[in-house]
Design a protein around this ligand. Structure first.
Ligand SMILES: NC(=O)c1ccc[n+]([C@@H]2O[C@H](COP(=O)([O-])OP(=O)(O)OC[C@H]3O[C@@H](n4cnc5c(N)ncnc54)[C@H](OP(=O)(O)O)[C@@H]3O)[C@@H](O)[C@H]2O)c1
Length: 252
């Protein structure tokens, strides 16, 4: 695959532009998961995305440890993201939640820690959540605790996910450490133009999730992979639709 280009975050750290997600539906078997991560590392992937919600932190950490033991890669060459789930989006639970994620991943630090959604949920609520579990988030208090995670060296950079321009404005208004990344759904049929312009202006990097539209999942759409224009471009360029999409998303 060759070397994946990187982007410099506002924290001064580098983030590889192409990453591999670990939230699949249905979940991969343990052996398929391990093989996928090891093959991805061998192919040149360095950026891996997990979350406490996904239940993949332990498997990702184990596969990474294997890759390091085999000499495929050094830990410092990897970029690992995990996320704060809404039940832990309470000021006093943020640092312990990241410490728990690190224990599960068997890592000393992650490269990026994200607030998964701009929401809190009742601490005791369990997935799948109901509407009654939702609480408004105390964004300032939660963000201050995210900053503490970075100061403690538990994460190299901090950021958010699924945040609108308005929510980002709020965080920027009280942050000492601004969010380095906003991870959002983004693909050729959902280009997030307003958010892209806003993020560029504020020095926040957008990270696109579900770049193929999460096709084939109960919540995703086939509109991206079935898009006629993308198919025509693929035919002309001798590339698959997924390869065309990767190029489009990298240019947005
Ligand atoms: N921050 C958030 O709230 C959030 C939300 C959603 C996702 N994410 C992250 O983003 C990652 C990717 O998102 P996603 O899994 O929803 O999206 P996606 O990459 O858009 O879609 C995954 C689907 O595409 C299929 N696929 C993969 N490669 C393909 C190819 N070359 N040609 C045709 N189909 C292909 C997969 O099928 P197979 O399974 O058969 O390979 C799977 O059904 C997740 O794993 C997670 O880490 C974050």
């Amino acid at each position: 695959m060759g070397v994946i280009p990187e982007v410099t975050l506002s924290s001064g750290h580098f983030m590889p532009l192409v990453g591999m997600g670990t939230a699949s539906h249905p979940p991969a078997t343990p052996e398929a998961f391990r093989t996928a991560i090891l093959d991805a590392i061998a192919l040149g992937y360095r950026h891996f995305d997990t979350a406490s919600l996904y239940g993949t932190e332990q498997r990702l950490g184990a596969a990474v440890a294997d890759a390091v033991r085999q000499g495929l890669v050094r830990r410092e060459e990897l970029f690992i993201t995990t996320k704060l789930w809404c039940t832990d989006a309470h000021a006093d639970r943020v640092v312990p939640a990241l410490q728990q994620s690190l224990r599960t991943l068997e890592l000393d630090y992650v490269d990026l820690y994200l607030i998964h959604w701009p929401l809190s949920m009742k601490k005791e609520s369990k997935f799948p959540h109901s509407k009654d579990d939702l609480l408004p988030i105390d964004l300032k208090a939660v963000w201050k605790a995210m900053e503490e995670c970075q100061r403690l060296g538990l994460t190299k950079s901090i950021g958010v996910s699924n945040f609108s321009c308005k929510k980002l404005e709020q965080v920027l208004s009280f942050s000492s450490i601004p969010p380095a990344v906003n991870q959002v759904e983004m693909h050729p049929v959902w280009q997030q133009k307003k958010l892209v312009d806003f993020a560029k202006d504020k020095g926040i990097k957008l990270c696109a999730y579900s770049p193929l539209g999460s096709n084939g999942t109960p919540w995703g759409t086939n509109d991206v992979m079935e898009c006629q224009v993308l198919k025509e471009i693929g035919l002309k360029k001798g590339k698959s639709v997924a390869q065309v999409i990767t190029q489009v998303v990298l240019r947005i």
